[in-house]
Design a protein around this ligand. Structure first.
Ligand code: FAD
Length: 552
């Protein structure tokens, strides 16, 4: 049965309650998704529960780079850079439409974070550790060459630049494709199922989780031999529920990104630049917009409602305007934003920016395994480490070795950036023939890969203008294959429109709400609740207030 179809959710819930799993994964972010795929593909019977939507936590709020992290090199985290650097190429191969090569410009400035010699050496080491192909290796640029690439950079302080290879992704889409691949290997993953408590055997060992299904508002127990918590910023909450929160704990750091129309900040490639307080931030072009981030501030407020504040916006705007003075970006230019939490492992005496991004595994006496920290980029290796640990406990040598480096995502028909470029060119002709703008070719391909063809073919089954037909065909696809439960899941985590095309939502939301009502047989009250949820999110990502702390 296709458990990725939203229609089959009741059956999936039934199976969740009636079977005993080898492994229950808590959390449907990139870490949990990666573990579910790794374990299921090695032969384990796997369940995964996510309390909201897949990727609704940190895994839709990152800078969306699959990168080695140049700054970790400066912090001498060689192992981390080597691992994430190598992983970039692997994840690109698994989903070349979703993990795309992106050149990064590093302008060097007088008295900045990186000097000329150090950068030349550092980027060469970075390329070496990541085994970057010779044609793609770093280039050092003169002042003139740097300004030619980005004429709006501050001319008085730029002294040169570095130009090197990175990859850009969509974190939420990557997560959902991994969840789908795990389902192909037999894992049952459910969103909107929250772990509330644990069940233990007579010897005190964990053997199940008491969960709440937020769709049907019912309680259920999931039984499993092993339980892994990949709950990101919520890991310590679950360790507390397990009565095992001792020793190392999480430090949460808030990171905000803002989105402006590309014509207001027309960067030609990604730029990683110095800002006046000594930090560095990214400006990343993505089709019709450019996004800018990030902040890095300690966070102690409500974990379930992390908002972009006016002071975050002010900081990012000030930072951009200082390096690109002719832009004069203001809050009015900010079309959308996102705010997420880094679940870092606390290190005494270090600031948020200085704390390591390394992942760590905690094992409690009850048997609960928790994993936190790490990077989006390292999800596959983190998963391998966790599943190796479980396999060791399981003492079952019938389990296969990790082979997620060979499991292509999203159909796997596209094998390289070249294939993607040809597919986009073909799709351009198709979308134009259907009355859509060329933009939709890159939008659809980078979201869905070759699943785009099915979506485009399905447009004919819907009435209305081309954009209306398209949104309904996209919705039909995500309802049938991506476990969408609410219009917000669809507009945010499946299509990225909340962040990257917010203006398009206004005209299309009523149509989408109608289709939801028909698909799930919703009452008018349910439609109203879904509409309010969507409108609240649209408001919050684009309207900002100062926090109480900033007003003091
Ligand atoms: P999450 O994505 O938060 O997933 C945990 C999930 O657990 C959540 O969805 C939550 O709802 C669920 N959950 C919690 N409690 C329960 C419960 N009781 N029951 C069921 N489910 C529960 N990394 C990179 O590689 N590249 C980048 O460019 C990058 N940029 C970043 C920028 C920022 C601002 C931030 C904050 C992070 C960035 N990272 C980046 C790091 C990366 O985003 C994170 O390491 C990664 O997303 C963490 O994923 P996760 O699955 O561990 O956590």
């Amino acid at each position: 049965m296709n458990f990725c179809s939203s229609k089959n959710r009741p059956q999936a819930l039934q199976n969740l309650q009636s079977e005993t799993f080898d492994l229950l994964v808590i959390g449907g972010g990139i870490t949990g998704a990666g573990i579910a795929l790794d374990a299921a593909s090695r032969g384990m019977k796997v369940a995964l529960v996510e309390k909201k939507d897949f990727a609704s936590g940190t895994s839709s709020k990152s800078t969306k780079l699959v990168h080695g992290g140049l700054r970790y090199l400066k912090q001498l985290e060689i192992g981390l850079v080597r691992e994430t650097g190598t992983e970039r190429a692997i994840v690109h191969q698994l989903a070349p439409h979703l993990v795309v090569p992106e050149k990064m410009l590093l302008p060097l400035v007088e008295g900045g974070t990186y000097g000329k010699l150090g950068t030349s050496f550092g980027l060469a080491v970075y390329d070496f550790l990541a085994n970057v192909h010779s044609t793609d290796r770093r280039k050092m640029l003169s002042k003139e060459e740097t300004l030619e690439k980005e004429p709006q950079l501050r001319k008085d302080i730029v002294i040169g630049g570095g130009y090197y290879a990175e990859y850009r992704t969509d974190d939420a889409r990557l997560t959902i494709e991994i969840i789908k691949a795990a389902a192909d290997h037999g894992a049952i993953s459910l969103n909107y199922v929250e772990v509330k408590d644990f069940v233990y055997d007579e010897s005190g060992k964990i053997k199940g989780a008491v969960c709440r299904d937020h769709v049907g508002e019912q309680m259920l127990t999931v039984n499993a031999k092993y339980i892994v918590s990949a709950a990101g910023p919520w890991v310590d909450q679950l360790r507390k529920t397990d009565d095992s929160l001792e020793g190392k704990h999480l430090f949460l750091s808030k990171g905000v990104h803002i989105v402006v129309p590309h014509e207001r900040f027309p960067v030609h490639q990604s730029v990683y630049f110095d800002v006046p307080d000594g930090r560095m931030i990214f400006a990343i072009p993505r089709h019709r917009v450019t996004y800018i981030g990030t902040t890095d501030t300690p966070y102690k407020e409500e974990l379930d409602q992390v908002l972009t504040r006016q002071e975050d916006v002010d900081y990012l705007l000030k930072s951009v305007n200082s390096m690109f003075p002719s832009l004069n970006l203001t809050t009015q230019d900010v079309e959308s934003s996102w705010a997420g939490l880094r679940p870092l492992i606390h290190e005494e005496g270090k600031s948020a920016s200085q704390m390591s991004r390394k992942d760590e595994i905690f094992e409690s006496e009850t048997g609960l395994v928790s994993i936190a920290g790490g990077k989006l980029t390292g999800y596959r290796k983190m998963a391998e480490r966790v599943v190796n640990l479980i396999a060791k406990r399981h003492n079952d040598n019938t389990l296969a070795a990790c082979h997620t480096n060979k499991i292509a995502l999203a159909g796997g028909t596209l094998k390289s950036a070249k294939d993607v470029a040809s597919y986009v060119a073909e799709t351009e002709k198709k979308v134009v023939a259907k009355g859509l703008s060329e933009y939709y070719a890159i939008y659809l391909t980078s979201n869905y890969g070759t699943q785009t063809d099915t979506i485009l073919d399905n447009m004919a089954n819907f009435r209305g203008a081309a954009e209306q037909q398209l949104i309904r065909a996209e919705l039909a696809h995500t309802l049938e294959h991506e476990m969408v439960q609410t219009p917000l899941d669809f507009f945010n985590r499946r299509t990225g429109r909340v962040y990257f095309n917010l203006p398009s939502i206004k005209d299309l939301s009523d149509l989408v709400l109608d289709d939801f009502q028909n698909y799930f047989n919703w009452t008018d009250e349910q439609v109203q609740a879904a509409k309010t949820e969507l409108e609240t999110e649209v408001y919050e990502v684009s309207n900002f207030e100062y926090s109480d702390a900033a007003l003091v």
